[in-house]
Design a protein around this ligand. Structure first.
Ligand SMILES: [Zn+2]
Length: 346
């Protein structure tokens, strides 16, 4: 995971790389914010920390990034680095019928992370784990895992890192054992808590970790907005005359976004549709910014009281499908057909 693959968050990223560049890396850190946003940052941060050829840039919005090419980068990107461990909430499953802990599910968790590139949330993880309605926890057994992982000699001679994903799910016995590790850190070790809410964490833990708050996704990110607008206009144009080959290529492009980005893209489409409807109803021009004045002038007129509800519903369903991890290509193809039909009902 490189920082360049993360949408937005440039200020946070520049702060994270400057912590590493200045050599002020604390042995205990917490990235606090929505986990699907925070985890990719934590991942890219550890990759940057271990990178053998860190890149620094003179221009652009990123000041630095990992190289993505060195052996260390490759191992962290594929989550195969021998000194990188994960602790996360677990419960009993059909495979592990008693004493569940993270050590039993490393393969499942790695697949879950790789599939979603860190963007999965706790419900997605419980689905992947198949624990049905049980609540996952991080327990004492997990703490024993942390201690043994961190006390080993580093295979690669660098940092030994443990990420505690959804740290708010730790129970009291885990918290007490973690506290001991935080009080007497071993040199060269790093514990990274990835956490949505620190309310349930012991104050003594909070006071011993360096906390970096990550606010929600910055949807005002200019580059992303421009990219979305271009993609949106290209797609909308195709909905009037469905040519399967072109539509399929466009759908591939949209489905190639990661889940979080696709959701944002669909939300931005929803906003554009609403604006078109409100503006055309009020007789005001709507600026789609397609670079084609004729299209900009004509398209909003297609969104009327006769189809706005159908359009909203189709987009809602697609957002829901993306959230539920449906196959993005099928969801976007279905959405294209529904929108195309709705637009004809102007
Ligand atoms: Zn590298």
């Amino acid at each position: 995971m490189q920082f360049k693959d993360i949408v937005g968050q440039r200020d946070t990223i520049n702060r994270l790389t400057s912590i590493i560049d200045s050599g002020r890396v604390s042995h205990a850190q917490m990235l606090l914010g929505e986990v699907p946003t925070v985890m990719p940052l934590a991942w890219a941060y550890l990759q940057y920390l271990c990178c053998e050829h860190r890149q620094h840039y003179e221009s652009g919005d990123l000041r630095a990034d990992s190289c993505g090419e060195c052996p260390s980068c490759k191992k962290i990107a594929s989550l195969m680095h021998p000194d990188l461990h994960f602790i996360f909430p677990t419960a009993t499953t059909s495979k592990v019928k008693e004493k569940p802990w993270s050590g039993e599910f490393q393969g499942e968790f790695r697949d879950f992370m790789l599939d979603r590139q860190g963007h999965g949330d706790i419900d997605d993880w419980y689905d992947a784990l198949g624990i049905e309605n049980k609540q996952g926890l991080i327990r004492e057994l997990d703490a024993d895992g942390v201690v043994s992982d961190l006390s080993l000699k580093a295979y690669e001679g660098g940092w030994r890192m443990t990420v505690v994903w959804m740290a708010e799910k730790m129970n009291e016995s885990f918290a007490n054992k973690l506290l001991k590790t935080l009080e007497e850190p071993l040199p060269g070790t790093l514990i990274m808590l990835v956490c949505e809410s620190d309310e349930r964490l012991l104050p003594t833990i909070k006071s011993r970790v360096q906390t970096i708050r990550v606010t929600g996704h910055n949807s005002k990110d200019k580059e992303e907005n421009a990219e979305f607008a271009e993609m949106l206009v290209g797609w909308l144009r195709m909905l009037f005359k469905l040519k399967m080959k072109e539509l399929s290529a466009q759908v591939d492009k949209m489905a190639g976004l990661n889940r979080e980005q696709l959701k944002l893209f669909l939300q931005s489409a929803q906003k554009v549709m609403r604006d078109c409807f409100l503006n055309s109803a009020a007789g005001v021009a709507c600026h789609l910014g397609s670079g084609d004045e004729k299209f900009d002038a004509q398209f909003p007129k297609m969104i009327t009281v006769n189809n706005i509800a159908l359009i909203e519903e189709a987009l809602d369903d697609a957002i829901f499908a993306v959230e539920r991890n449906a196959y993005a290509k099928i969801a976007m193809m279905e959405l294209s057909f529904r929108l195309s039909k709705a637009l004809k009902k102007k």
